[in-house]
Design a protein around this ligand. Structure first.
Ligand code: ATR
Length: 289
């Protein structure tokens, strides 16, 4: 990669951010399309976010990703926030548009694209979503628009109920929210076509955990886990063994990254290159763990 006086700078703000896969993914994509762009990771703490955003604007940084714990706090520092991100209440992508910072959220659309690319249609389907945190919320907003029915279960019941209420009111769709418990997961699973895990249960280093008993899984189910470390979670592995269709977390990671990439470059993202770069990086991490 050659850095010139004209190189456009993109990056990610978060804390921690050292292990982010986004620099690898986006730099591989810039290289593939021979774009004079570079992507860097910046550790930014919540209390320094306002100054970091002002500084980025003054420096003419072209595009940013925002990750934990800054996705919600960043909203108030932006010049404009698109309607999807505004509804979700969180931003994970920023574009510098003629000196104004505009916020977007690519998590929900990334999840939907990951399903679509794997030939899973949500239209007229019933979906069970586990988790109403940042990612769960973004996915719920996107999927509720297409699905016939959405059931949201969350450990903190208030978040599930509040999200369901907002979606029901906004879209006039069948959306319900309840407590995430083994009894309810088992019961709700019986009547859905798609199961999505948007909780952090099963993530490295507690990779042996799953909220779903393998006996509740079946071949006519599609299971998506948004966790990508490990590459195949226990839930995904159990689902595969049960004969269910599985969409792994890496698919959503790459698809949401591709949406951000296209916002910044106006070019079609080289999905396969991005995926290969991320897989290579993850295999190094797995080797180190
Ligand atoms: P992200 O931005 O990745 O979605 P998050 O907003 O912290 O991260 O959300 C994490 C999700 O995992 C939440 O739904 C959280 O439930 P709470 O809202 O009750 O915190 C869920 N989660 C984390 N640990 C969990 C556990 N041990 N059992 C069930 N759900 C859990």
């Amino acid at each position: 990669m050659e850095i010139s006086g004209k190189t456009r700078v993109c990056g990610i703000f978060g804390d921690p951010v050292e292990h982010s896969l986004s620099p690898t993914m986006h730099n591989a994509a810039f290289k593939e399309l021979d774009l004079d762009f570079v992507y860097l990771a910046f550790r930014v703490k919540k209390e320094g976010l306002n100054a970091a955003i002002s500084g980025a604007k003054k420096l003419g940084i072209h595009g940013l990703n925002i990750t934990m714990p800054l996705k919600q706090p960043v909203v108030k520092y932006l010049d404009k926030v698109n309607s999807t991100a505004k509804s979700i209440g969180a931003v994970n992508t920023i574009l510098n548009l003629h000196g104004k910072f505009v916020g977007y959220n690519s998590d929900g659309i990334g999840a939907l694209k990951a399903l679509r690319e794997n030939n899973v249609s949500i239209r007229r389907k019933s979906v069970l979503l586990l988790g109403a945190g940042g990612a769960g919320r973004a996915i719920a907003f996107q999927l509720a628009q297409e699905a016939k029915r959405l059931v949201i279960l969350n450990r903190s019941i208030d978040k599930a109920k509040a999200l369901a209420k907002v979606l029901h009111k906004k879209l006039n769709k069948k959306v319900t929210g309840n407590l995430l418990s083994p009894t309810l997961i088992k019961r709700k699973l019986e009547n859905v076509d798609v199961l999505i895990n948007a909780t952090s249960v099963g993530m490295y280093p507690k990779a042996k955990r799953s909220l779903v008993d393998p006996d509740w899984l079946r071949p006519d189910l599609c299971v998506m886990d948004i966790i990508y470390n490990p590459l195949e979670t226990k839930l995904a592995n159990d689902a595969r063994s049960a004969g269910a269709k599985v969409v792994s977390g890496i698919e959503m990671l790459v698809q949401q990254g591709a949406v951000s990439f296209e916002i910044w470059t106006k070019q079609k993202a080289p999905i396969q290159t991005m995926k290969q770069a991320v897989l290579k990086e993850l295999s190094k991490l797995e080797g180190a763990c």
